[in-house]
Design a protein around this ligand. Structure first.
Ligand SMILES: Nc1ncnc2c1ncn2[C@@H]1O[C@H](COP(=O)(O)OP(=O)(O)OP(=O)(O)O)[C@@H](O)[C@H]1O
Ligand SMILES: [Mg+2]
Length: 168
């Protein structure tokens, strides 16, 4: 089977577009995601520098009971763990030389765990991600405006998109 690709071309997906006008609207999206994302789910985040990947992780973690001040890009640690109502694993592939370096972190331990795993720059390590996952692509459409395209890849999370739509 070919490795799953990062793109909306993936066949069995459905998607939801959320246009955020400012950071508080992004916080609203994060809170809705925290409600609908099940334990053990992996979220792949993609978008340019400063798009809002870390900001969205902060919003999700905060809604799960984590102090948002502790949520920063795991630049040097590569992986950070927060304890809210469930563990949250925050990974960032930006500084990795290649996908082998990502695999050396033992990411399956996070993907297979009961926590929520959030991966920044996930498009750089797409082949190492679980087949079933949520992908979120963030586009900068204004100084404070962001477009979030949320895609369920694989069958396991197909219902998440409808549940998210119902909450927003
Ligand atoms: N609507 C919005 N949603 C999210 N962030 C916003 C919004 N409007 C402005 N911002 C700003 O955009 C920036 C997003 O930074 P953030 O660190 O989350 O980006 P990132 O995608 O994680 O970048 P990097 O690739 O460097 O890790 C912050 O400075 C934030 O204040
Ligand atoms: Mg970041």
């Amino acid at each position: 089977m070919p490795a799953a690709r990062w793109s909306p071309e993936v066949g069995n997906m459905n998607s939801f577009v959320y246009e955020s006008s400012d950071e508080s609207a992004t916080a609203t999206l994060g809170a809705a995601l925290a409600e609908v994302l099940p334990d053990g789910c992996t979220v792949a985040l993609c978008g340019t520098l400063g798009a809002g990947k870390t900001r969205l992780v902060q919003a999700i973690a905060s809604a799960d009971g984590v102090d948002p001040r502790t949520v920063v890009s795991p630049t040097f640690m590569l992986v950070q763990e927060y304890q809210g109502r469930r563990p949250i694993y925050h990974l960032d592939a930006y500084r990795l030389a290649d996908e082998d370096e990502f695999d050396a972190l033992g990411p399956d331990e996070y993907f297979d765990g009961v926590g929520l795993t959030l991966v920044e720059w996930a498009d750089r390590v797409a082949a190492s991600l679980p087949r079933d996952r949520i992908e979120i692509n963030i586009e900068v459409i204004g100084p404070e405006a962001r477009r979030f395209t949320i895609i369920a890849i694989g069958g396991r999370y197909a219902d998440i998109i409808e549940r998210l739509r119902a909450r927003l």
